[in-house]
Design a protein around this ligand. Structure first.
Ligand SMILES: Nc1ncnc2c1ncn2[C@@H]1O[C@H](COP(=O)(O)OP(=O)(O)OP(=O)(O)O)[C@@H](O)[C@H]1O
Ligand SMILES: [Mg+2]
Length: 352
């Protein structure tokens, strides 16, 4: 997980500290391909090292029931495989017996059933991490989860909640009064990764696979990654795949690999991002295409025939989605690698 050391070590100490640590409630936001899902899974592994089991779900109907089922499975697996001393003497049957014995399961609503399981886990010194990916504002179960979780925190149970989603979806969720508790959660925005971290990530990954990479090739791979996590992964993968039998990854491999990587990136990230956008978001971006590089907000508003409030609203939405970024108070520019060229080909600039 290149460039994500801060959040990883914060979460690591949260799992170590247990109940009361504010970082146990964390929300990750980031544009498509910034590594939200990958980080959630990584955090689950870190949690396991500290005696926490995790359940990973997505915000879709049936999520709450899924959490119950996954908790049960995770508990069974963890106890089967862990050699942690704190778990010694505990048998699957003991833990499962509390909630999962036939006939004992049905009782109570979701909160009651979860409380019973949490109690059983916590009694054994095991915490529960719940991760929810692809957060969306319009799912009732999301609100229920947040409400019950707030009770668990109040009861000082060893429980953690890490949410991940696109910035726009997360901010509309947080506007809902019923989840005001979540507004106080630790927020972490996944942005671009520094070039040094990308270089190290690629080099170490190659070395782990038993190959080396020449300095020129590494520089080229960093450049082609444009600070973007998914692009980095694709550039690394495709460069490796050019001549997998060779001891060393060459500049030539990276040049060809980067080309393939950019094609994959267009299909998997730029297109997905495009279809997430509203027609008005797109108009704003088309108006930006008329500028060579940076666009002035006041000029965009004028091109759209709208006032400055309108332009600021769309500016904020697009910044939240990781598509554009601010350059000083009154200018914006494209930030998602390749998205300008993609829109130019797809829609062309605004006709005025
Ligand atoms: N910090 C990182 N270091 C190395 N590889 C990374 C990093 N972050 C993400 N990746 C890689 O980039 C790819 C995209 O990441 P991921 O699917 O987690 O993004 P996402 O934010 O969940 O995207 P989406 O919004 O489309 O679901 C994955 O293949 C992942 O392994
Ligand atoms: Mg994802």
């Amino acid at each position: 997980m290149a460039g994500r050391l801060d959040i990883i070590s914060e979460m690591e100490s949260a799992f170590e500290n247990g109940p009361g640590d504010p970082n146990l409630s964390t929300i990750l936001t980031g544009a498509r391909g910034t590594g939200k899902t990958a980080l959630l899974l990584y955090l689950s592994r870190i949690a396991a090292e500290h005696g926490w089991i995790s359940v990973n779900v997505a915000a879709i109907p049936g999520m709450l029931e899924d959490i119950i089922e996954r908790t049960r499975d995770a508990a069974a697996n963890f106890i089967d495989t862990s050699e942690k001393t704190r778990l010694k003497g505990l048998t699957v049957g003991q833990l499962l017996g509390l909630e999962w014995e036939p006939g004992a399961t049905a009782g109570g609503n979701w909160r009651t059933r979860m409380t019973r399981m949490l109690q059983a886990l916590n009694d054994q010194g095991i915490g529960l991490l719940i991760t929810v990916d692809e957060v969306r504002p319009d799912l009732d179960e999301m609100i229920q989860l947040a409400t019950v979780y707030q009770h668990f925190v109040g009861e000082e149970r060893a429980v953690a909640l890490v949410l991940a989603g696109l910035p726009g979806k997360v901010s509309s969720l947080l506007r809902n009064e019923s989840v005001s508790f979540l507004r106080r959660a630790n927020r972490y925005r996944l942005g671009n990764i520094a070039d040094e971290d990308i270089a190290e990530g690629i080099r170490l990954t190659a070395e782990e696979g038993g190959r080396s990479i020449t300095p020129e090739a590494l520089t080229q791979a960093v450049e082609a990654s444009e600070g973007f996590p998914y692009l980095m992964q694709l550039v690394g993968f495709q460069s490796w795949a050019q001549n997998p039998g060779e001891k060393t990854i060459s500049l030539e491999d990276v040049l060809r690999g980067a080309e393939a990587a950019h094609r994959n990136f267009t299909e998997r990230v730029l297109e997905a991002t495009y279809y997430d956008l509203s027609p008005k978001d797109l108009l704003f971006l088309q108006a930006m295409l008329l500028d060579e590089d940076e666009s002035r907000i006041a000029v965009i508003a004028e091109r759209l025939g709208e006032g400055s409030n309108y332009a600021s609203t769309y500016k904020r939405r697009l910044i939240e989605q990781g598509i554009i970024g601010e350059r000083g108070p009154s200018y914006v520019t494209f930030e998602l690698p390749g998205f300008r060229a993609y829109l130019e080909a797809k829609l062309g600039p605004l006709q005025i």
